[in-house]
Design a protein around this ligand. Structure first.
Ligand SMILES: Nc1ncnc2c1ncn2[C@@H]1O[C@H](COP(=O)(O)OP(=O)(O)O)[C@@H](O)[C@H]1O
Ligand code: SF4
Ligand SMILES: [Mg+2]
Length: 320
């Protein structure tokens, strides 16, 4: 058995379509349909797919920001028994959330503009059981500022005094201060210029090597994800349709949607990240059948079973 730190099993989430004038309580958005994967200890799992395919919903279920409608989430702390995240009591959940940190896409919205950087970094730290007092925390914060490539003197500044890339560094610093075991990076470079993107990816790479943290890396760009991740799950309409070690996927992508995503990142089509892929019906067949040039009647009668291609590579597609 692999040494996982978080394991998602058959996660499912639907939202009521109840916003707006034509609200209908009995209609649903099936955001996540049946998602299973593992984040191995010290490794990076990439969840990749176009906008609306259910990546953020999946991550939010893992930290219980959203309640899962079905499935299970297991967390295995180091040298300890595994815990069922969905059955944690308040105290266990608080500890879990100190160890699993979420970095959001848009730093300008996730950083409180009225607070100094020091107060942003320590907002939840000061209510944790590990709070060492302000003086020590200030020293820790100063070190972490250096680690993320910022000046410790910046701790007294406010978010408006920084560029987009620097604000993302502050978000990363905030997630590091409580010494997490896992970082969830949700489209952390999507809102940034290309040159700044690579600087932030290099920073995450350094952090990963130095701290041996596990990552859930969420992105819509498959090429960037192949560069950064150990294993990748390609998501389409709430379902993982292909999973493989990143290098293997890069060389031998099998699923027609994965191939399309690779072509998209080459031509910068999928970089627009604009198309919504969610289904308003519970899935019966292959989620990609409406766009697939190879679709046949078998494809729409049932969700394709996982097919094992060896080397940790598996795919949900009936093609031989
Ligand atoms: N809080 C919510 N209420 C209603 N629908 C939601 C909510 N969050 C996400 N959705 C819908 O679920 C689908 C998946 O969204 P999301 O997980 O954000 O996708 P991604 O992160 O891959 O872009 C989308 O159709 C989105 O509109
Ligand atoms: S199962 Fe059928 S529709 Fe789906 S990707 Fe494979 S060939 Fe295309
Ligand atoms: Mg998202």
């Amino acid at each position: 058995m692999s040494d996982y730190i978080i394991q998602a099993e058959h996660l499912t989430k639907r939202f009521t379509l109840d916003a707006g004038f034509f609200a209908k309580q009995d209609r649903f958005v099936y955001a996540v349909n049946d998602v299973s994967f593992e984040i191995e200890r010290g490794k990076t799992y990439g969840l990749v797919g176009e906008s609306g395919c259910g990546k953020t919903t999946t991550a939010r279920m893992l930290v219980r920001m959203y309640k899962a409608d079905g499935g299970d989430i297991l967390y295995k702390p180091k040298n300890s028994e595994e815990l069922n995240v969905l059955k944690m009591n308040r105290r266990q959940l608080k500890t879990y959330r100190e160890k699993i940190k979420y970095v959001f896409q848009d730093p300008s919205r996730s950083l409180n503009p009225r607070l100094t950087v020091f107060n942003i970094l320590t907002a939840s730290y000061r209510y944790s059981s590990t709070w060492p007092g302000k003086k020590i925390a200030y020293n820790e914060a100063a070190h972490i500022m250096e680690e993320v490539g910022l000046d410790p003197l910046d701790l007294e500044k406010r978010p408006s005094e920084f560029s987009g890339g620097q604000r993302q560094r502050i978000s990363i610093a905030r997630s590091l201060i409580m010494k997490p075991e896992v970082m969830f990076c949700d489209e952390v470079v999507s809102a940034l210029d290309v040159s700044v993107q690579s600087q932030i990816l290099n920073l995450l790479q350094d952090i990963r090597e130095k701290r041996a943290i596990s990552f859930l890396f969420i992105a819509h760009d498959l090429r960037v994800s192949c560069y950064f991740c150990d294993t990748i799950g390609v998501m389409y309409r709430g379902l993982i349709v292909e999973e493989a070690p990143a290098a293997e996927l890069y060389k031998t992508a099998f699923h027609p949607y994965t191939k399309l995503l690779f072509e998209g990142s080459e031509n910068s089509i999928s970089n627009s990240n604009g198309e919504i892929k969610t289904t308003l019906e519970s899935l019966h067949g292959c989620p990609f059948a409406h766009r697939c040039p190879h679709a046949c009647t078998k494809c729409i009668s049932q969700i394709p079973e996982w097919k094992n291609l060896g080397n940790g590579h598996k795919v949900r597609c009936i093609l031989e």
